[in-house]
Ligand binder design. Structure first.
Ligand SMILES: Cc1ncc(C[n+]2csc(CCOP(=O)(O)OP(=O)(O)O)c2C)c(N)n1
Ligand SMILES: [Mg+2]
Length: 588
Protein backbone atom coordinates (compact mmCIF):
# COMPACT_ATOMS: atom_id res chain seq x y z
CA UNK A 1 0.00 0.00 0.00
CA UNK A 2 1.41 3.38 -1.02
CA UNK A 3 1.99 5.64 1.96
CA UNK A 4 -0.13 8.80 1.92
CA UNK A 5 0.76 12.24 3.28
CA UNK A 6 -1.66 11.83 6.19
CA UNK A 7 0.37 8.90 7.44
CA UNK A 8 3.39 11.14 7.72
CA UNK A 9 1.29 13.49 9.84
CA UNK A 10 0.04 10.75 12.16
CA UNK A 11 3.43 9.06 12.49
CA UNK A 12 4.87 12.42 13.45
CA UNK A 13 2.21 12.96 16.08
CA UNK A 14 3.13 9.56 17.50
CA UNK A 15 6.80 10.58 17.50
CA UNK A 16 5.81 13.57 19.63
CA UNK A 17 4.15 11.22 22.13
CA UNK A 18 0.58 11.99 21.06
CA UNK A 19 -1.55 8.92 21.80
CA UNK A 20 -5.08 10.29 21.45
CA UNK A 21 -6.91 12.51 18.96
CA UNK A 22 -10.42 13.72 19.77
CA UNK A 23 -12.73 14.61 16.93
CA UNK A 24 -15.35 13.95 14.32
CA UNK A 25 -14.66 13.16 10.65
CA UNK A 26 -16.28 14.43 7.47
CA UNK A 27 -15.49 14.61 3.78
CA UNK A 28 -12.90 17.30 4.32
CA UNK A 29 -10.75 15.16 6.62
CA UNK A 30 -11.25 11.55 5.51
CA UNK A 31 -7.69 11.32 4.22
CA UNK A 32 -6.37 12.07 7.71
CA UNK A 33 -8.84 9.52 9.07
CA UNK A 34 -7.23 6.95 6.76
CA UNK A 35 -3.85 7.92 8.18
CA UNK A 36 -5.27 7.40 11.67
CA UNK A 37 -6.75 4.04 10.63
CA UNK A 38 -3.45 2.82 9.26
CA UNK A 39 -1.65 3.83 12.46
CA UNK A 40 -4.38 3.03 14.97
CA UNK A 41 -1.90 0.95 16.95
CA UNK A 42 -0.03 4.16 17.80
CA UNK A 43 -2.67 6.91 17.96
CA UNK A 44 -6.19 6.32 19.22
CA UNK A 45 -9.07 8.25 17.68
CA UNK A 46 -11.90 9.11 20.05
CA UNK A 47 -15.12 9.87 18.22
CA UNK A 48 -17.15 12.60 19.95
CA UNK A 49 -20.63 13.99 19.37
CA UNK A 50 -19.75 17.68 19.04
CA UNK A 51 -16.48 19.19 17.87
CA UNK A 52 -16.58 21.82 20.62
CA UNK A 53 -16.30 18.92 23.06
CA UNK A 54 -13.33 17.53 21.10
CA UNK A 55 -11.50 20.83 21.47
CA UNK A 56 -12.35 20.99 25.18
CA UNK A 57 -11.13 17.40 25.60
CA UNK A 58 -7.82 18.42 24.03
CA UNK A 59 -7.66 21.32 26.51
CA UNK A 60 -8.52 19.07 29.48
CA UNK A 61 -5.80 16.64 28.39
CA UNK A 62 -3.24 19.44 28.08
CA UNK A 63 -4.13 21.02 31.42
CA UNK A 64 -4.01 17.78 33.36
CA UNK A 65 -0.96 16.18 31.72
CA UNK A 66 1.08 19.19 30.62
CA UNK A 67 1.34 17.51 27.21
CA UNK A 68 -0.11 18.55 23.87
CA UNK A 69 -3.84 17.92 23.37
CA UNK A 70 -5.01 17.19 19.83
CA UNK A 71 -8.41 17.64 18.23
CA UNK A 72 -9.64 17.08 14.69
CA UNK A 73 -12.58 18.32 12.64
CA UNK A 74 -13.71 18.39 9.08
CA UNK A 75 -13.84 21.45 6.83
CA UNK A 76 -16.46 24.17 7.29
CA UNK A 77 -18.93 23.52 10.12
CA UNK A 78 -16.74 20.96 11.90
CA UNK A 79 -13.87 23.40 12.18
CA UNK A 80 -16.14 26.23 13.25
CA UNK A 81 -17.50 24.07 16.08
CA UNK A 82 -13.97 23.71 17.50
CA UNK A 83 -13.58 27.42 18.01
CA UNK A 84 -14.90 27.90 21.56
CA UNK A 85 -12.75 25.09 22.93
CA UNK A 86 -9.72 26.51 21.14
CA UNK A 87 -10.28 29.89 22.80
CA UNK A 88 -10.30 28.08 26.12
CA UNK A 89 -6.85 26.73 25.22
CA UNK A 90 -5.62 30.16 24.16
CA UNK A 91 -6.86 31.97 27.23
CA UNK A 92 -5.72 29.37 29.77
CA UNK A 93 -2.40 28.78 27.98
CA UNK A 94 -2.88 25.10 27.17
CA UNK A 95 -0.84 23.61 24.28
CA UNK A 96 -3.33 22.28 21.73
CA UNK A 97 -3.04 21.23 18.10
CA UNK A 98 -6.16 21.47 15.92
CA UNK A 99 -6.18 19.56 12.65
CA UNK A 100 -8.92 20.48 10.23
CA UNK A 101 -9.90 19.50 6.72
CA UNK A 102 -10.12 21.85 3.77
CA UNK A 103 -11.76 21.43 0.40
CA UNK A 104 -9.71 20.15 -2.51
CA UNK A 105 -6.94 22.60 -3.38
CA UNK A 106 -7.94 22.97 -7.06
CA UNK A 107 -11.43 24.10 -5.99
CA UNK A 108 -10.45 26.69 -3.41
CA UNK A 109 -11.61 30.16 -4.32
CA UNK A 110 -14.66 28.95 -6.21
CA UNK A 111 -17.13 29.18 -3.33
CA UNK A 112 -17.33 25.41 -3.25
CA UNK A 113 -19.57 23.68 -0.75
CA UNK A 114 -18.25 23.99 2.83
CA UNK A 115 -15.43 26.17 1.57
CA UNK A 116 -14.67 28.00 4.80
CA UNK A 117 -11.14 29.26 5.05
CA UNK A 118 -10.51 27.98 8.54
CA UNK A 119 -7.01 29.43 8.62
CA UNK A 120 -8.66 32.86 8.39
CA UNK A 121 -11.35 31.95 10.91
CA UNK A 122 -8.67 30.83 13.38
CA UNK A 123 -6.41 33.82 12.78
CA UNK A 124 -6.99 35.30 16.20
CA UNK A 125 -7.07 32.10 18.23
CA UNK A 126 -4.00 30.36 16.82
CA UNK A 127 -0.33 31.04 17.55
CA UNK A 128 0.59 28.95 14.53
CA UNK A 129 -1.87 28.72 11.69
CA UNK A 130 -1.14 27.11 8.34
CA UNK A 131 -2.90 25.74 5.30
CA UNK A 132 -0.69 22.89 4.17
CA UNK A 133 -0.25 23.20 0.40
CA UNK A 134 2.22 20.51 -0.45
CA UNK A 135 2.92 17.02 0.94
CA UNK A 136 6.61 17.94 1.06
CA UNK A 137 5.87 20.31 3.96
CA UNK A 138 5.19 17.28 6.14
CA UNK A 139 6.41 16.41 8.66
CA UNK A 140 8.42 19.63 9.10
CA UNK A 141 5.44 21.91 9.70
CA UNK A 142 4.01 19.44 12.21
CA UNK A 143 7.15 19.88 14.30
CA UNK A 144 6.99 23.64 14.04
CA UNK A 145 3.27 23.72 14.85
CA UNK A 146 3.72 21.57 17.95
CA UNK A 147 6.81 23.42 19.14
CA UNK A 148 4.92 26.69 18.79
CA UNK A 149 1.94 25.35 20.75
CA UNK A 150 4.32 24.40 23.59
CA UNK A 151 6.47 27.52 23.44
CA UNK A 152 3.61 30.02 23.24
CA UNK A 153 1.32 27.81 25.33
CA UNK A 154 -1.59 28.03 22.96
CA UNK A 155 -3.19 26.78 19.80
CA UNK A 156 -1.50 25.53 16.66
CA UNK A 157 -3.70 24.87 13.66
CA UNK A 158 -3.02 22.89 10.51
CA UNK A 159 -5.71 22.79 7.86
CA UNK A 160 -5.10 20.36 5.02
CA UNK A 161 -6.96 20.18 1.70
CA UNK A 162 -8.35 16.71 1.21
CA UNK A 163 -6.37 16.07 -1.99
CA UNK A 164 -3.12 16.89 -0.18
CA UNK A 165 -4.14 14.49 2.63
CA UNK A 166 -4.15 11.53 0.26
CA UNK A 167 -1.26 12.57 -1.96
CA UNK A 168 1.67 10.17 -2.11
CA UNK A 169 3.78 10.73 1.00
CA UNK A 170 6.85 12.87 0.50
CA UNK A 171 6.02 13.90 -3.05
CA UNK A 172 6.38 17.43 -4.31
CA UNK A 173 4.12 18.16 -7.28
CA UNK A 174 5.99 21.34 -8.20
CA UNK A 175 9.41 22.27 -9.55
CA UNK A 176 11.68 23.54 -6.78
CA UNK A 177 12.71 27.14 -7.28
CA UNK A 178 13.83 28.34 -3.80
CA UNK A 179 17.44 27.96 -2.68
CA UNK A 180 16.31 25.75 0.23
CA UNK A 181 15.73 22.13 1.11
CA UNK A 182 12.30 20.91 2.18
CA UNK A 183 11.94 21.39 5.94
CA UNK A 184 13.62 18.75 8.01
CA UNK A 185 13.39 19.18 11.73
CA UNK A 186 13.01 17.04 14.84
CA UNK A 187 10.08 16.11 17.10
CA UNK A 188 11.64 17.81 20.09
CA UNK A 189 10.66 20.72 22.31
CA UNK A 190 13.14 22.27 24.72
CA UNK A 191 11.52 24.57 27.28
CA UNK A 192 13.27 27.88 27.94
CA UNK A 193 15.62 28.04 30.93
CA UNK A 194 13.48 28.14 34.09
CA UNK A 195 15.69 30.03 36.56
CA UNK A 196 15.27 33.83 36.67
CA UNK A 197 18.26 36.16 36.42
CA UNK A 198 20.44 36.30 39.54
CA UNK A 199 19.95 40.06 40.04
CA UNK A 200 16.18 39.69 39.83
CA UNK A 201 16.23 36.89 42.41
CA UNK A 202 18.25 39.12 44.74
CA UNK A 203 15.95 42.09 44.25
CA UNK A 204 12.92 39.87 44.92
CA UNK A 205 14.49 38.45 48.07
CA UNK A 206 15.26 41.99 49.34
CA UNK A 207 11.62 43.06 49.00
CA UNK A 208 10.22 39.86 50.48
CA UNK A 209 12.70 39.75 53.38
CA UNK A 210 11.75 43.32 54.31
CA UNK A 211 7.99 42.64 54.34
CA UNK A 212 6.09 42.60 57.61
CA UNK A 213 2.77 41.39 56.28
CA UNK A 214 3.58 39.41 53.13
CA UNK A 215 0.99 37.65 51.01
CA UNK A 216 1.54 35.05 48.31
CA UNK A 217 -0.87 34.71 45.39
CA UNK A 218 -0.53 31.53 43.32
CA UNK A 219 -2.17 30.59 40.03
CA UNK A 220 -2.28 27.72 37.57
CA UNK A 221 1.34 28.39 36.60
CA UNK A 222 2.40 27.11 40.02
CA UNK A 223 0.44 23.83 39.96
CA UNK A 224 3.65 21.83 39.56
CA UNK A 225 5.44 23.73 42.35
CA UNK A 226 3.54 22.77 45.51
CA UNK A 227 6.60 21.91 47.62
CA UNK A 228 8.42 25.07 46.64
CA UNK A 229 5.40 27.31 47.30
CA UNK A 230 4.98 25.78 50.76
CA UNK A 231 8.68 26.19 51.49
CA UNK A 232 8.58 29.89 50.50
CA UNK A 233 5.41 30.42 52.59
CA UNK A 234 7.13 28.78 55.54
CA UNK A 235 10.26 30.91 55.17
CA UNK A 236 8.35 34.18 54.85
CA UNK A 237 5.58 33.33 57.29
CA UNK A 238 3.23 34.29 54.48
CA UNK A 239 -0.35 33.12 53.97
CA UNK A 240 -1.08 31.81 50.47
CA UNK A 241 -4.08 32.91 48.41
CA UNK A 242 -5.03 30.73 45.46
CA UNK A 243 -6.75 31.78 42.26
CA UNK A 244 -9.44 29.32 41.23
CA UNK A 245 -7.39 27.70 38.42
CA UNK A 246 -4.57 27.47 40.97
CA UNK A 247 -6.74 25.86 43.66
CA UNK A 248 -4.72 22.64 43.66
CA UNK A 249 -1.36 24.40 44.14
CA UNK A 250 -1.45 23.78 47.90
CA UNK A 251 -3.91 21.77 50.01
CA UNK A 252 -6.89 23.65 51.44
CA UNK A 253 -6.15 22.29 54.90
CA UNK A 254 -2.59 23.65 54.84
CA UNK A 255 -1.86 26.15 57.65
CA UNK A 256 -0.76 28.59 54.93
CA UNK A 257 -3.93 28.38 52.79
CA UNK A 258 -6.40 31.26 52.97
CA UNK A 259 -8.53 30.13 50.03
CA UNK A 260 -9.27 32.32 47.05
CA UNK A 261 -9.97 35.93 46.17
CA UNK A 262 -12.55 37.61 44.01
CA UNK A 263 -16.27 36.94 44.08
CA UNK A 264 -15.68 33.24 44.73
CA UNK A 265 -13.05 33.81 47.37
CA UNK A 266 -12.88 33.77 51.15
CA UNK A 267 -13.12 36.57 53.70
CA UNK A 268 -9.58 35.98 55.03
CA UNK A 269 -8.30 36.05 51.43
CA UNK A 270 -9.98 39.42 50.82
CA UNK A 271 -8.73 40.78 54.16
CA UNK A 272 -5.18 39.68 53.46
CA UNK A 273 -5.23 41.51 50.12
CA UNK A 274 -6.31 44.70 51.88
CA UNK A 275 -3.78 44.28 54.68
CA UNK A 276 -0.55 43.03 53.04
CA UNK A 277 2.54 45.21 52.59
CA UNK A 278 4.11 42.88 50.02
CA UNK A 279 2.46 40.67 47.42
CA UNK A 280 4.32 37.82 45.76
CA UNK A 281 2.46 36.68 42.62
CA UNK A 282 3.53 33.25 41.36
CA UNK A 283 2.26 31.81 38.07
CA UNK A 284 -0.80 34.00 37.92
CA UNK A 285 -2.19 36.78 35.78
CA UNK A 286 -5.30 37.21 37.98
CA UNK A 287 -7.53 39.63 36.05
CA UNK A 288 -9.88 41.05 38.70
CA UNK A 289 -7.65 43.90 39.78
CA UNK A 290 -10.23 45.37 42.14
CA UNK A 291 -9.54 42.33 44.29
CA UNK A 292 -5.78 42.98 44.29
CA UNK A 293 -4.06 45.48 46.60
CA UNK A 294 -4.70 49.10 45.65
CA UNK A 295 -1.79 50.45 43.56
CA UNK A 296 0.87 51.73 45.97
CA UNK A 297 -0.39 49.73 48.97
CA UNK A 298 1.97 46.78 48.69
CA UNK A 299 5.37 46.17 47.13
CA UNK A 300 4.82 43.66 44.34
CA UNK A 301 7.12 40.82 43.32
CA UNK A 302 6.14 38.49 40.51
CA UNK A 303 7.41 35.19 39.14
CA UNK A 304 5.94 34.69 35.67
CA UNK A 305 6.83 32.38 32.78
CA UNK A 306 5.89 34.79 29.99
CA UNK A 307 7.63 38.18 29.83
CA UNK A 308 4.58 39.66 28.08
CA UNK A 309 2.42 38.87 31.11
CA UNK A 310 4.75 40.19 33.79
CA UNK A 311 3.50 43.37 35.45
CA UNK A 312 0.23 43.41 33.52
CA UNK A 313 -2.11 43.80 36.50
CA UNK A 314 -0.25 45.92 39.04
CA UNK A 315 2.76 48.21 39.18
CA UNK A 316 5.37 45.51 39.84
CA UNK A 317 8.60 46.40 41.60
CA UNK A 318 10.37 43.13 40.84
CA UNK A 319 9.15 41.07 37.89
CA UNK A 320 11.09 37.81 37.52
CA UNK A 321 10.85 35.66 34.42
CA UNK A 322 11.08 31.95 34.96
CA UNK A 323 9.37 28.72 35.82
CA UNK A 324 7.53 28.65 39.16
CA UNK A 325 9.22 25.50 40.42
CA UNK A 326 12.75 26.28 39.32
CA UNK A 327 12.44 29.96 40.19
CA UNK A 328 11.25 29.35 43.74
CA UNK A 329 13.92 26.71 44.28
CA UNK A 330 16.53 29.31 43.30
CA UNK A 331 14.93 31.99 45.47
CA UNK A 332 14.65 29.91 48.64
CA UNK A 333 18.31 30.09 49.74
CA UNK A 334 18.10 33.90 49.54
CA UNK A 335 15.12 34.19 51.89
CA UNK A 336 15.58 34.89 55.59
CA UNK A 337 13.27 32.96 57.88
CA UNK A 338 10.74 35.43 59.31
CA UNK A 339 10.89 35.37 63.11
CA UNK A 340 7.36 36.28 64.12
CA UNK A 341 4.49 33.98 63.23
CA UNK A 342 1.79 36.43 64.35
CA UNK A 343 0.78 37.43 60.82
CA UNK A 344 0.42 33.81 59.78
CA UNK A 345 -1.43 32.84 62.96
CA UNK A 346 -3.90 35.65 62.50
CA UNK A 347 -4.96 34.33 59.11
CA UNK A 348 -4.93 30.72 60.25
CA UNK A 349 -7.43 31.78 62.93
CA UNK A 350 -9.54 33.69 60.42
CA UNK A 351 -9.58 30.62 58.19
CA UNK A 352 -10.85 28.44 61.04
CA UNK A 353 -13.80 30.83 61.37
CA UNK A 354 -14.35 30.89 57.62
CA UNK A 355 -14.33 27.09 57.42
CA UNK A 356 -16.87 26.91 60.23
CA UNK A 357 -19.04 29.47 58.39
CA UNK A 358 -18.87 27.39 55.24
CA UNK A 359 -19.55 24.14 57.11
CA UNK A 360 -22.65 25.72 58.62
CA UNK A 361 -24.05 26.15 55.11
CA UNK A 362 -23.52 22.46 54.33
CA UNK A 363 -26.70 21.61 56.18
CA UNK A 364 -28.19 18.17 55.42
CA UNK A 365 -31.58 19.29 56.76
CA UNK A 366 -32.35 21.86 54.09
CA UNK A 367 -35.11 21.06 51.64
CA UNK A 368 -34.64 21.73 48.71
CA UNK A 369 -31.07 20.51 48.92
CA UNK A 370 -28.48 23.21 49.57
CA UNK A 371 -25.87 23.12 46.77
CA UNK A 372 -23.22 23.59 49.47
CA UNK A 373 -24.39 20.32 51.03
CA UNK A 374 -24.23 18.59 47.65
CA UNK A 375 -20.64 19.68 47.07
CA UNK A 376 -19.71 18.74 50.65
CA UNK A 377 -21.16 15.22 50.19
CA UNK A 378 -19.09 14.75 47.03
CA UNK A 379 -16.06 16.17 48.83
CA UNK A 380 -16.38 13.73 51.72
CA UNK A 381 -16.97 10.69 49.53
CA UNK A 382 -14.30 11.32 46.90
CA UNK A 383 -10.85 9.74 46.93
CA UNK A 384 -7.72 11.56 48.11
CA UNK A 385 -6.45 11.64 44.54
CA UNK A 386 -9.77 12.40 42.84
CA UNK A 387 -9.83 15.00 40.07
CA UNK A 388 -12.77 17.40 39.98
CA UNK A 389 -13.69 19.29 36.86
CA UNK A 390 -16.16 22.10 37.05
CA UNK A 391 -18.29 24.32 34.85
CA UNK A 392 -18.80 28.06 34.94
CA UNK A 393 -21.76 29.17 37.01
CA UNK A 394 -22.73 29.02 40.67
CA UNK A 395 -21.20 25.54 40.53
CA UNK A 396 -17.77 27.19 40.43
CA UNK A 397 -18.50 29.00 43.71
CA UNK A 398 -19.64 25.81 45.44
CA UNK A 399 -16.58 23.96 44.15
CA UNK A 400 -14.24 26.80 45.16
CA UNK A 401 -15.54 26.77 48.72
CA UNK A 402 -16.68 23.21 49.40
CA UNK A 403 -14.30 21.03 47.37
CA UNK A 404 -11.23 20.46 49.50
CA UNK A 405 -7.84 20.01 47.95
CA UNK A 406 -6.11 17.34 49.99
CA UNK A 407 -3.63 14.63 49.05
CA UNK A 408 -3.16 14.51 45.29
CA UNK A 409 -6.54 15.90 44.39
CA UNK A 410 -6.83 17.94 41.22
CA UNK A 411 -9.17 20.66 40.04
CA UNK A 412 -9.72 22.03 36.53
CA UNK A 413 -12.11 24.56 35.04
CA UNK A 414 -12.22 27.09 32.22
CA UNK A 415 -10.48 29.97 33.97
CA UNK A 416 -10.14 32.97 31.69
CA UNK A 417 -12.68 32.14 29.00
CA UNK A 418 -15.04 30.85 31.69
CA UNK A 419 -17.07 29.04 29.10
CA UNK A 420 -20.03 26.90 30.04
CA UNK A 421 -19.80 23.13 29.58
CA UNK A 422 -16.10 22.22 29.75
CA UNK A 423 -16.57 19.98 32.82
CA UNK A 424 -17.74 16.81 31.08
CA UNK A 425 -15.31 16.95 28.12
CA UNK A 426 -12.40 17.72 30.47
CA UNK A 427 -13.41 14.76 32.65
CA UNK A 428 -13.52 12.41 29.65
CA UNK A 429 -10.04 13.39 28.47
CA UNK A 430 -8.61 13.28 31.98
CA UNK A 431 -10.11 9.83 32.58
CA UNK A 432 -8.48 8.67 29.33
CA UNK A 433 -5.14 10.04 30.48
CA UNK A 434 -5.44 8.70 34.06
CA UNK A 435 -7.49 5.50 33.84
CA UNK A 436 -6.86 4.60 37.47
CA UNK A 437 -8.11 7.83 39.02
CA UNK A 438 -11.54 8.92 40.11
CA UNK A 439 -12.66 11.75 37.82
CA UNK A 440 -15.74 13.73 38.80
CA UNK A 441 -17.47 16.48 36.81
CA UNK A 442 -19.46 18.93 38.94
CA UNK A 443 -21.69 20.76 36.50
CA UNK A 444 -24.75 22.95 36.21
CA UNK A 445 -27.95 21.88 34.48
CA UNK A 446 -27.38 24.64 31.90
CA UNK A 447 -23.84 23.52 31.13
CA UNK A 448 -24.77 19.82 31.10
CA UNK A 449 -27.60 20.39 28.64
CA UNK A 450 -25.15 22.06 26.25
CA UNK A 451 -22.85 19.07 25.81
CA UNK A 452 -24.79 16.22 27.43
CA UNK A 453 -24.31 13.99 24.40
CA UNK A 454 -20.75 13.51 25.57
CA UNK A 455 -22.01 11.35 28.43
CA UNK A 456 -22.70 8.88 25.64
CA UNK A 457 -19.08 9.29 24.53
CA UNK A 458 -18.00 8.31 28.05
CA UNK A 459 -20.28 5.26 27.99
CA UNK A 460 -19.20 4.22 24.51
CA UNK A 461 -15.55 4.43 25.49
CA UNK A 462 -15.98 2.57 28.77
CA UNK A 463 -14.89 5.60 30.78
CA UNK A 464 -16.10 5.52 34.39
CA UNK A 465 -16.46 9.29 34.76
CA UNK A 466 -18.83 10.50 37.46
CA UNK A 467 -21.13 13.43 36.71
CA UNK A 468 -22.85 15.41 39.44
CA UNK A 469 -25.49 17.78 38.08
CA UNK A 470 -26.26 20.73 40.36
CA UNK A 471 -29.76 21.12 38.97
CA UNK A 472 -31.40 24.44 39.83
CA UNK A 473 -33.39 24.60 36.56
CA UNK A 474 -31.73 27.92 35.93
CA UNK A 475 -28.71 29.80 34.73
CA UNK A 476 -28.12 30.36 38.40
CA UNK A 477 -25.09 32.59 38.08
CA UNK A 478 -26.95 34.99 35.84
CA UNK A 479 -29.94 35.19 38.20
CA UNK A 480 -27.60 36.77 40.76
CA UNK A 481 -25.66 38.84 38.26
CA UNK A 482 -28.89 40.47 37.05
CA UNK A 483 -29.98 41.22 40.61
CA UNK A 484 -26.60 42.66 41.54
CA UNK A 485 -27.01 44.95 38.55
CA UNK A 486 -30.17 46.21 40.22
CA UNK A 487 -32.67 44.60 37.83
CA UNK A 488 -35.16 41.81 38.44
CA UNK A 489 -34.16 38.57 36.73
CA UNK A 490 -35.29 37.90 33.20
CA UNK A 491 -34.84 34.88 30.92
CA UNK A 492 -32.68 32.92 33.31
CA UNK A 493 -34.94 30.13 34.62
CA UNK A 494 -35.75 27.15 32.44
CA UNK A 495 -39.51 26.65 32.11
CA UNK A 496 -41.18 23.33 32.80
CA UNK A 497 -40.96 20.47 32.15
CA UNK A 498 -38.11 19.89 34.56
CA UNK A 499 -35.28 17.84 33.13
CA UNK A 500 -34.40 14.38 34.40
CA UNK A 501 -30.79 13.97 33.37
CA UNK A 502 -30.56 10.68 35.30
CA UNK A 503 -32.88 9.16 32.70
CA UNK A 504 -30.46 10.26 29.98
CA UNK A 505 -27.58 8.61 31.82
CA UNK A 506 -29.54 5.37 32.06
CA UNK A 507 -30.50 5.63 28.40
CA UNK A 508 -26.79 5.82 27.57
CA UNK A 509 -26.14 2.59 29.46
CA UNK A 510 -24.68 4.33 32.50
CA UNK A 511 -25.91 4.57 36.06
CA UNK A 512 -28.36 7.41 36.65
CA UNK A 513 -29.84 8.60 39.94
CA UNK A 514 -32.25 11.49 40.45
CA UNK A 515 -32.20 12.94 43.96
CA UNK A 516 -34.50 15.51 45.50
CA UNK A 517 -34.48 14.37 49.12
CA UNK A 518 -31.32 15.34 51.05
CA UNK A 519 -31.48 12.11 53.06
CA UNK A 520 -30.91 10.07 49.88
CA UNK A 521 -27.93 12.11 48.72
CA UNK A 522 -24.97 10.43 50.47
CA UNK A 523 -26.01 6.95 49.33
CA UNK A 524 -26.65 8.06 45.75
CA UNK A 525 -23.21 9.67 45.57
CA UNK A 526 -21.53 6.64 47.13
CA UNK A 527 -23.29 4.36 44.66
CA UNK A 528 -22.23 6.51 41.70
CA UNK A 529 -18.61 6.67 42.84
CA UNK A 530 -18.51 2.92 43.39
CA UNK A 531 -20.12 2.14 40.04
CA UNK A 532 -17.87 0.38 37.56
CA UNK A 533 -18.75 2.64 34.64
CA UNK A 534 -20.03 6.12 33.92
CA UNK A 535 -22.55 7.38 36.45
CA UNK A 536 -24.59 10.52 36.90
CA UNK A 537 -26.42 11.93 39.89
CA UNK A 538 -28.93 14.63 38.97
CA UNK A 539 -29.63 16.61 42.12
CA UNK A 540 -32.48 19.08 42.50
CA UNK A 541 -30.95 21.88 44.53
CA UNK A 542 -32.39 25.07 45.96
CA UNK A 543 -32.77 27.40 42.96
CA UNK A 544 -32.75 30.40 45.28
CA UNK A 545 -29.42 29.82 47.01
CA UNK A 546 -27.18 32.82 46.29
CA UNK A 547 -23.43 32.43 45.70
CA UNK A 548 -22.71 35.28 48.09
CA UNK A 549 -19.33 37.00 47.87
CA UNK A 550 -17.21 36.78 51.00
CA UNK A 551 -17.72 40.48 51.63
CA UNK A 552 -20.90 42.09 50.40
CA UNK A 553 -20.15 45.68 49.43
CA UNK A 554 -22.60 48.52 49.94
CA UNK A 555 -23.17 48.91 46.18
CA UNK A 556 -23.97 45.22 45.79
CA UNK A 557 -26.44 45.26 48.68
CA UNK A 558 -28.06 48.42 47.30
CA UNK A 559 -28.53 46.95 43.80
CA UNK A 560 -29.86 43.74 45.29
CA UNK A 561 -32.47 45.71 47.22
CA UNK A 562 -33.36 47.73 44.13
CA UNK A 563 -34.00 44.53 42.18
CA UNK A 564 -36.29 43.38 44.99
CA UNK A 565 -38.16 46.69 44.93
CA UNK A 566 -38.52 46.57 41.14
CA UNK A 567 -40.32 43.23 41.42
CA UNK A 568 -37.70 40.47 41.54
CA UNK A 569 -39.62 37.18 41.11
CA UNK A 570 -39.30 34.57 43.91
CA UNK A 571 -38.08 37.24 46.31
CA UNK A 572 -39.79 35.60 49.28
CA UNK A 573 -37.95 32.33 48.70
CA UNK A 574 -34.65 34.16 48.10
CA UNK A 575 -35.07 36.17 51.30
CA UNK A 576 -35.90 33.01 53.27
CA UNK A 577 -32.78 31.28 51.93
CA UNK A 578 -30.59 34.24 52.82
CA UNK A 579 -32.12 34.39 56.28
CA UNK A 580 -31.62 30.66 56.87
CA UNK A 581 -28.00 30.90 55.70
CA UNK A 582 -27.32 33.64 58.24
CA UNK A 583 -29.07 31.75 61.05
CA UNK A 584 -27.05 28.58 60.29
CA UNK A 585 -23.82 30.56 60.50
CA UNK A 586 -24.80 32.28 63.74
CA UNK A 587 -25.82 28.99 65.33
CA UNK A 588 -22.45 27.23 65.23
C1 LIG B 1 -20.89 29.47 26.38
C2 LIG B 1 -21.36 30.40 27.44
N1 LIG B 1 -22.59 30.98 27.37
C3 LIG B 1 -23.01 31.80 28.35
C4 LIG B 1 -22.21 32.09 29.42
C5 LIG B 1 -22.68 33.02 30.52
N2 LIG B 1 -22.92 32.20 31.73
C6 LIG B 1 -22.02 32.07 32.71
S1 LIG B 1 -22.51 31.06 33.93
C7 LIG B 1 -24.00 30.82 33.20
C8 LIG B 1 -25.03 29.98 33.87
C9 LIG B 1 -24.70 28.54 33.83
O1 LIG B 1 -25.83 27.80 34.25
P1 LIG B 1 -25.64 26.38 34.86
O2 LIG B 1 -24.70 25.59 34.04
O3 LIG B 1 -26.98 25.77 35.08
O4 LIG B 1 -24.91 26.68 36.25
P2 LIG B 1 -25.50 27.46 37.53
O5 LIG B 1 -25.02 28.86 37.47
O6 LIG B 1 -26.99 27.36 37.48
O7 LIG B 1 -24.91 26.74 38.71
C10 LIG B 1 -24.09 31.52 31.99
C11 LIG B 1 -25.28 31.53 31.11
C12 LIG B 1 -20.92 31.50 29.45
N3 LIG B 1 -20.05 31.73 30.43
N4 LIG B 1 -20.55 30.64 28.47
MG1 LIG C 1 -28.22 25.85 36.69
Amino acid sequence: MTAIASEVLIERLAAWGVDTVYGMPGDGINGVMEGLRRHRDKVRFVLVHHEEAAALMAVGHAKATGRLGVCLATSGPGGIHLLNGLYDAKMDHAPVLAITGMQESSLLGTGYQQEVHLDRVFQDVAEYNLRVENPAQLPGVVDIAIRTAYARRGVAHLTIPNDVQIAKAGTDPYRNVAPAHRPTTAPIYLPPPGVPREEDLRAAADVLNAAERPAILVGAGALHARDEVLAVAEALGAPVIKTLPGKAVIPDDSPYAVGGIGLLGTRPGEELVEDCDALFMIGTNFPYTRHLPAPGQARVVQLEADPARAGVRLPTEVPMIGDAKEGLAALLPLLKRADGRGHLDRYARAMRHWRADMAALESPDRHPIAPQYLMACVDRAAADDAILTCDSGTVATWAARHWTIRGDRGFYLSGNLATMAPGLPYAIAIQHAFPGRQVIAFIGDGGFAMLMAEFLTAARNGLPVKVIVNNNSALGQIVWEQMVLGYPEHGVRFPLPAADYAAWATACGGLGRKVGDPRELPDAIAEALAHDGPALVDVDVNPDEPPMPAKVGYDQAKSFTEAFLKGQPRRASIATTLFKDKISQLRH
